[in-house]
Ligand binder design. Structure first.
Ligand SMILES: *[C@@H]1O[C@H](CO)[C@@H](O)[C@H](O)[C@H]1NC(C)=O
Ligand SMILES: *[C@@H]1O[C@H](CO)[C@@H](O)[C@H](O)[C@H]1NC(C)=O
Ligand SMILES: [Zn+2]
Length: 337
């Protein structure tokens, strides 16, 4: 009898858990900003804004040296995620961690709850199609949140990961990668553990990351995923797609077109970089990326579809949908409706 009672209680609990995916089973907080590893002595290298053409080089660097990376990916930023299916699968299958960085690198603090949900669910559909699961970790673009953004993300079951070492690789990539390396060392020595890098930056793949790997190797340290350094079992890093169906239509394939200059500006550093000159968005990417998005929209009912390619370097103006507000570039979601 006791056994039957226990089973009944367990199945009631299971129902509860199923009704709130990502909540009850998680061992770490959702909807609260996490900026540091909690497992003593561990470090995590994180890469934002991909996938893009240098992501494979980053993976080669990591895999050859036995380090793990955590990738906060967009659906449509430098390119359509659907042009990098195999790269996303390689990250996932290689024991690195795949996380969300919103569909098109939106500043969530400027969006309505419905728009925030759309930014997340559009990318959930893409991940479901490509790797069959949905990440439970995300990083807000520009590290920009409000209490209500966090509430919305928490209700969707997301752990919100920020950073405590900012390499500023996007800023120093072309001019002095050693500055990004020094930023890593200074941050690490100050007790930092979760570092911010950008896989679409060519020099991050070729120079900055190899330097960081060498630096950590010298300390006998191997970077681990964010999930691992938070003590969260790997089974919790992803969840089932909740009925998101794989799209059967094939997105138009777009060949990668390298943006003129690439930089993604964390909110904290915007004031230092407003003088950076604007660059135009390659028009050739624009229409292809938009049509790739169309097939995603089909399986995500309330999802808005960008009408233009978000500027790869978040520059303002032109017809790319970016507008300037308070000296920051923001994607103007009103143009989507
Ligand atoms: C990527 O995956 C999607 C979803 O499975 C598929 O429709 C698309 O054809 C794939 N794209 C490429 C370039 O393989
Ligand atoms: C955003 O786009 C809408 C629709 O095109 C436009 O009316 C509005 O002025 C834009 N907002 C800014 C701040 O440019
Ligand atoms: Zn970003």
């Amino acid at each position: 009898m006791a056994g039957i009672k226990a089973v009944a209680a367990l199945s009631a609990l299971t129902t509860l858990v199923a009704a709130h995916p990502g909540h009850s089973k998680r061992s770490i907080a959702v909807g609260k900003i996490i900026s540091a590893c909690t497992v003593k002595g561990q470090v995590a290298l994180t890469f934002d804004d991909g996938p893009y053409q240098y992501t494979e080089t980053i993976l080669n660097d990591l895999d050859a040296s036995g380090h793990k990376g955590t990738f906060f990916q967009n659906g449509l930023n430098y390119d359509s995620i659907y042009n990098y299916n195999s790269t996303v699968q390689r990250i996932y299958n290689g024991g690195h961690q795949v996380c969300s960085h919103t569909w098109d690198h939106a500043d969530l603090a400027t969006l309505t709850t419905a728009q925030i949900q759309s930014e997340m669910t559009q990318l959930e559909v893409a991940f479901a199609n490509i790797i069959g699961v949905v990440p439970t970790y995300m990083r807000p673009p520009y590290l920009s949140t409000t209490p209500s953004v966090l509430t919305t993300l928490g209700a969707m079951g997301y752990s919100v990961i920020e950073v405590d070492i900012d390499t500023l690789d996007w800023e120093y990539d072309d001019t002095s990668p050693s500055t990004a390396e020094q930023n890593y060392q200074t941050g690490y020595e100050a007790g930092g553990s979760i570092s911010l890098n950008h896989d679409p930056e060519p020099v991050t793949a070729s120079t900055v990351l190899p330097w960081i790997i060498n630096y950590l190797n010298g300390k006998g340290l191997k970077s681990v995923t964010v999930g691992e350094c938070l003590g969260d079992p790997a089974a919790n890093w992803y969840r089932a797609p909740n009925g998101a169906k794989a799209s059967s239509s094939k997105p138009a394939s777009a060949s990668s077109t390298k943006p003129a200059t690439s930089s993604t500006k964390p909110a904290s550093s915007v004031s230092a970089t407003v003088s950076k000159s604007a660059s135009s968005v390659p028009a050739s990417v624009s229409s292809k990326a938009a049509s790739a998005t169309a097939s995603v929209k089909a399986s995500s009912s309330s999802a808005a579809t960008p009408t233009g390619k978000p500027s790869p370097d978040d520059t303002c103006g032109g017809t790319n949908g970016y507008v300037c507000q308070n000296s920051q570039c923001k994607f103007n979601h009103s143009i989507l409706s």
